[in-house]
Design a protein. Structure first.
Length: 257
């Protein structure tokens, strides 16, 4: 099998999931799929700091909780995981009915299609896209009709140029159906924010003082998820990066209106 390159952050997340059962048993988190995947890769788990691995595992658990809650509300829904890379979330949240599509750059998609660990279900597909802001996959969602759809962009917007981030939100706002939900994390430069005002929309302030606003993207309201999930989300968003040189990021749960 030919080699491929993935971002260090994606490898960190994989190692955190694979190591959690043994290194952080108090979390009660286990990912056998990640453990099996890590065993096939040329990666030394001991080269990663425990603090970083624990942080990424806790963040993964919070996003897992939000995704599970979505499919409790929409058991036959569709998930689109953007730049999914080495994500193993489908194996952890599958309810036996949901449909899942990983959208990856061509070289990553080819690697995953050739790897037996991703060939587990006919409800889990892998698609190729040159960019998360590509309109091709967005236009394909129009064929989904009224199927409830969740976008997951965990790590997909990290360290992306501001122009690409703006293109993603602008194009998605013009194409995606009302009610589509979006879970994403993003570093704080530039920060994504939803000001604490009634019906506030997603904003991205720029260094020159300008603010890009996306009126269709609104935060999921209080009471729409369980109190435990609300507390977990607030907690993980308060925790600063523990590794020197890393920038703080936060998790957002939004809906297109």
């Amino acid at each position: 099998m030919s080699s491929t390159t993935v971002p260090r952050g994606a490898v960190l997340s994989l190692v955190g999931r694979a190591a959690a059962r043994v290194r952080f048993p108090d979390l009660g988190f286990a990912d056998p799929w990640a453990e099996a995947m890590l065993a096939t890769l040329d990666v030394d788990p001991e080269s990663f700091d425990d603090r970083a691995l624990r942080t990424t595992a806790v963040r993964t658990m919070v996003v897992d909780g939000l995704v599970r809650h979505y499919f409790e509300r929409n058991p036959d829904g569709l998930a689109i995981a953007l730049d999914a890379g080495l994500c193993t979330r489908f194996s952890r949240v599958d309810n036996g009915r949901l449909r899942w599509v990983d959208i990856d750059p061509p070289h990553v998609a080819e690697f995953k299609c050739a790897h037996r660990l991703w060939q587990t279900s006919d409800r889990h597909a892998i698609a190729r896209s040159c960019s998360i802001a590509c309109t091709g996959w967005m236009d394909c969602l129009r064929d989904a009709g009224d199927v409830p759809t969740l976008l997951i962009a965990e790590g997909a917007l990290e360290r992306q140029p501001p122009g690409l981030v703006d293109a993603f939100f602008t194009r998605a706002s013009a194409r995606l159906a009302k009610g589509t939900e979006l879970i994403l994390d993003h570093e704080a430069h530039p920060p994504l924010r939803t000001p604490p005002r009634l019906r506030a929309c997603l904003e991205i302030p720029a260094a020159d003082g300008a603010v890009a606003r996306y009126p269709r993207l609104r935060p999921i309201g209080d009471g729409e998820v369980t109190p435990a999930l609300e507390r977990a989300l607030r907690g993980v968003n308060r925790v600063p990066r523990l590794l020197r040189g890393e920038r703080a990021s936060s998790i957002h749960h939004l809906r297109f209106e």
